[in-house]
Structures are given as structure tokens and as C-alpha cells.
Design a protein around this ligand. Sequence first.
Ligand code: ZN
Ligand code: ZN
Length: 240
Amino acid sequence: MRRPAAAAYVRRMDLVEVLPQLHMFRFRIGQAYLWRDGADLTLIDAGDIESAAAIEDAILALGHDPARIRRIVVTHGHRDHYGAAQELADRHGAETLAHALDAPVIRGERPVPEPDLLDWERPLYAHGVTCPEAPPTRVDRELTGGEVLPFGDGTRVVHAPGHTPGSVALHLPRHGVLFTGDAVASVERVMLGVFNVDRAEATATFRRLTALGPRTVCCGHGDPLTEDAAAVMEAAANGR
Ligand SMILES: [Zn+2]
Ligand SMILES: [Zn+2]
């Protein structure tokens, strides 16, 4: 396995246990999650293009085998979420999955749709371009929402448009876990993710995700919600 300057990568990544079966990798920009069923591994997002070695090292440090990465579900077509997906998928024979509406962006066939920025988001957005470009990345399986994926005792794909047209959330009802991608952020407080292509749609998505009543919410940016997650989401949805 290739290991260029892995130590440098590890230094800029935190590894956080969310649940015994669930870990978060936090990178300089963005984060990704590892779900484990026995020895089989699923990645939810893959970090930016420089994250592959750090993810592999973190998996090894947890005592698991990166060769058991079965699939990488990309929550949406932003480069901080799928940059390392192709490299990891190629090396470990994993399937890559993303929504059909974002798949052309991930493959590099279409430009990233421009967000409808609020004034306070503009300086943040300008800063965000420090995330390195992602290479064109293959999508093996296009999702539309409603599919049940074979991990986490049946994971339901929830189409979660607004942040991007093809954003998805993943709901594991047996575990009360919800991966929101950038439909939800928990940076200082729980809120809509920033840089939304369609803010009204994003707001409606936030409410639909809240109605799922999750116990654990794993956001695209910021700390996971592990206590009173449904109530915290509900309060945020109602602007309290
Ligand atoms: Zn995003
Ligand atoms: Zn993001």
C-alpha cells in the first residue's frame, strides 16, 4: 500500500469515536465517517484529495483492515467530501455511490452549481477555496433516494436537496443514526449547512430530517449530536 508522508496527514486529522461501530475523521477542512458491520467497512464521504493515507492509517489504528472498505457513499458533489474517494475505491475495490443529480459534478462532467450566498457566508466561501481541487471521480452506483443499502442493518437513502440538488442523507433506523452531509452543520450551533444552492429547499430538507427523530446526528461539518439530537434539531428547525 502506498504511504506517502502518512505521518504528516495523520497529524492534521482527528479520530473521534461516536459509537462503538462509528468513528469520525476530522480533517483540516471537512470530515468523514466510518461505519463498521463486523469486519466490513463503509465510508460516508472521504475527505479531500489528500485524505486517503490518513483514512487508511486511522482504520489500521482502530484495528480494522482498509481492504474491507466495501463502499463509499458520497453525500454530495463538493470536493471536501469526495476528494479521496476514487483513490480509496481503486485501492480497496470499494463501490462508490452518490445521488444521480450530483454524480455528473463528481465525475467532472458538470461544474459545481453556484450557491446562493448570504452576506455572512461570502468571506467563508472565499476561504473555502483553499480546499484542493478533487479529480474527476467515478460513481459506480447512482442513487435517487429511498434505496436501502446493505450496511448498518439496512440504511435508507434520503434525498436531501438544497445544499446541492443531489445531496443525500443516510438514515440507520435500527441504530437511530442519521448522516446529514451538509444539509445540517453543527459548528458552534446546529443550523443549516452553509453555501446552499437553494435555501428554501434546504430548509424543507432540514425539517424532513428532523422528523426522522434521530438519536445520533453526524453532520458534514462540526461535532456529531449524541445527546437529545432530535430535540436539538427540532429547536433549530423552529429557530429557537
Ligand atoms: Zn457541501
Ligand atoms: Zn462540506
